[in-house]
Design a protein around this ligand. Structure first.
Ligand code: SF4
Ligand code: MG
Length: 315
C-alpha cells in the first residue's frame, strides 16, 4: 500500500542534495494466492525498484507490504529472515546473479543451509529433487555456472528460489536476457511449477506479450506510477489508458489484415528525477489536453477491478 521509493540525487562541487528520483511513487496493489500478477513498463519505470522494495532488499521511503497477514516492513531482522522462506526472487541476469565460485549443487542448496537444514544428506536429496523439477540433470551438481548456457543458468536460479517451497516468487524479467527460442521453455517451466506447487507469481517484464502468457492480471507502470490494472483479457481487449493502448498496438499480430492501428508515442520517457507536472505521461500522450498538464489523474475503477488513471475515461 502506498509504496514510495525516492533516491536522493547529489551534485555540484559540494555534493549538495539536488532533489530526488521518484523511482516508485505511491503504488498500491494486491495479489491473490495462486494468481500471476504481471507488471509491465519501459525500463526505468520503477518495476525492479518496486520488487527490491517489496523484498526489503532496499528500504522503502514510505508505504507497507502485507504478506499473509504479516507487515513486512516492520519485521525484525530475524523474523524477516524466516519469512524469506516464503517469498523469493528470480533476477533477469542469470550470469551475474550466480556466484561463479560455487558449484550448481552448492548454489541450489545454499538456502537450505541458511534456513537450518543441517543434514548434508537431506540437503542433497532435496537439491536433486529440485534439479529434476526444473529439468537439470543430476550430473550438473558438481559443475560451475560458467559451463552452462543462459537458459540452463536461469533453471539454476529458479531451482534456488524454489527449494524452500516458497508461496510467492517475484520474477524480475526472468527471460529478458535469454534467446527468444529459450524464452518460451523457461516460461513453460514457470507455468508447470506454478501448477505443481500452487505458486503465486509477480511477473515483471518490459514486454507485454511475454507477461500475457502467464498473467491473470496485468498492471502497467509509467514513471513510477501505476496507470492501469486489469484482467489480462481486459488489458488486451479493452485497454483504457493511452500508454497501455500504445503498448498493445505495438505487439505484432500474425495476420497483417488484422493489424491494429498502431499508436505511436512521441519522445522518450521523461526523467523520474523531475517528473512532468500533471499527468506524467502528457509529454508523450497523443491525447493530452490542458488539464493533463496541470492536474494529476488518479486511479479509478471501471468495473471488474479494471482501474485506470486518465481523464479521458472519466466522463
Ligand atoms: Fe493522456 Fe491526459 Fe490521459 Fe494523461 S490524463 S494519459 S495526458 S489523456
Ligand atoms: Mg528492471
Amino acid at each position: 500500500r502506498h509504496i514510495k521509493k525516492y533516491f536522493p540525487v547529489y551534485g555540484g562541487s559540494l555534493s549538495k542534495l539536488q532533489g530526488y528520483v521518484h523511482a516508485v511513487d505511491d503504488v498500491s496493489f494486491s495479489v491473490e494466492q495462486g494468481e500471476t500478477f504481471g507488471l509491465v513498463g519501459e525500463s526505468g519505470c520503477g518495476k525492479s525498484t518496486l520488487m527490491q522494495t517489496i523484498m526489503r532488499l532496499t528500504p522503502a521511503t514510505a508505504g507497507s507490504v502485507t504478506f499473509d497477514g504479516k507487515e513486512l516492513f516492520s519485521l525484525k531482522k530475524r523474523e524477516l529472515r524466516s519469512s524469506r522462506k516464503e517469498f523469493q526472487i528470480i533476477y533477469q541476469d542469470p550470469f551475474s546473479s550466480l556466484n561463479p565460485r560455487m558449484t550448481i549443487g552448492e548454489i541450489i542448496s545454499e538456502p537450505l543451509l541458511v534456513h537450518g537444514v543441517k543434514e548434508a544428506e537431506e540437503r542433497k536429496r532435496r537439491t536433486f529433487e529440485t534439479m529434476a523439477d526444473v529439468g537439470l540433470q543430476k550430473s550438473f551438481y558438481d559443475r560451475y555456472p560458467h559451463e552452462f548456457s543462459g537458459g540452463q543458468r536461469q533453471r539454476v536460479s529458479i531451482a534456488r528460489s524454489l527449494i524452500l517451497r516458497p508461496k510467492l516468487i517475484l520474477c524480475d524479467e526472468p527471460v529478458s536476457a535469454l534467446d527468444v527460442s529459450i524464452q518460451s521453455q523457461i516460461l513453460n517451466l514457470l507455468k508447470e511449477l506454478r501448477a505443481r506447487y500452487g505458486l503465486t507469481y509477480i511477473f515483471v517484464s518490459h514486454a507485454l506479450n511475454v507477461v500475457r502468457h502467464l498473467s491473470n492480471r496485468i498492471c502497467v507502470m509509467y514513471l513510477g506510477k501505476i496507470v492501469e490494472i486489469g484482467r489480462t483479457e481486459d488489458i488486451f481487449g479493452n485497454a483504457l489508458h493511452p500508454y497501455t493502448k500504445a503498448l498493445v498496438s505495438a505487439i505484432p499480430v500474425p495476420d497483417p489484415a488484422f493489424q491494429r492501428n498502431r499508436i505511436l508515442l512521441k519522445g522518450d520517457v521523461a526523467s523520474p528525477k523531475d517528473p512532468p507536472k500533471g499527468c506524467r505521461f502528457h509529454t508523450r500522450c497523443p491525447f493530452a489536453g490542458e488539464r493533463c498538464m496541470e492536474e494529476e489523474p488518479v486511479l479509478r475503477d471501471y468495473g471488474n477491478g479494471h482501474q485506470c488513471a486518465c481523464f479521458l475515461n472519466e466522463r
